[in-house]
Design a protein. Structure first.
Length: 191
């Protein structure tokens, strides 16, 4: 009897401690900087497999703490019984980011996923959409992935000609020096 009471007490403590926890919220921790331009792709189907959407596009994301906003430029289509429906468009996005997770909402769809690498350069996860097809509401679900588009580095160069010359002539040695830096000012090698 005593072990049953102890077991019941543990169950009650676990049940009470789990109440009020939002399992859909991003996990705690400092949110990474995911601001910038991302390319994405998604594949969606309905439960019966009669509708399939294959889309791709660009996400332009701004971040304020853990809150995300931005725009989506999407291209693609949905194969439905009787033909193909254009699924292209541009619109706003909202969302939030945790230490290793991201959640986005746009175009009637809810995207949840994981972030990868340090610094963050990619994400993937699941997507659920509610779309109106004719007079019916249809739920579509599927997968998505996105890759961060690294901005081009700043490149500067100099040409050094022999002392005393104002021009380089054929056969003379000249020195050409290039330096490249990323958006954080870190020097890039291999040039």
């Amino acid at each position: 009897m005593r072990s049953l009471l102890r077991f019941t007490g543990v169950v009650v403590v676990l049940a009470v401690s789990s109440c009020g926890t939002d399992l859909t919220a991003p996990e705690p921790g400092p949110p990474p900087d995911v601001a910038g331009e991302w390319t994405f792709a998604e594949l969606l189907t309905n439960a019966r497999g009669q509708i399939q959407c294959n889309d791709y596009g660009t996400l332009t994301i701004s971040r304020s703490d853990a809150n995300l906003s931005g725009t989506v430029d999407q291209h693609g289509g949905c194969d439905v019984p009787g033909g193909t429906i254009d699924n292209s468009g541009t619109g706003p996005l909202t969302g939030d980011v945790g230490a290793t997770t991201i959640r986005l909402t746009f175009g009637g769809c809810d995207y949840r996923g994981d972030l990868f690498h340090t610094p963050i350069d990619s994400a993937d996860g699941t997507v659920t959409c509610t779309e109106r097809v004719g007079t019916s509401l249809v739920t579509l679900s599927g997968i998505w992935s996105a890759n961060f588009q690294v901005p081009s580095p700043t490149v500067a160069g100099t040409i050094t000609i022999p002392p005393g010359d104002v021009l380089a002539v054929t056969g003379e040695r000249v020195r050409i020096t290039f330096a490249a830096k990323d958006e954080h000012g870190a020097a890039l090698g291999g040039l």
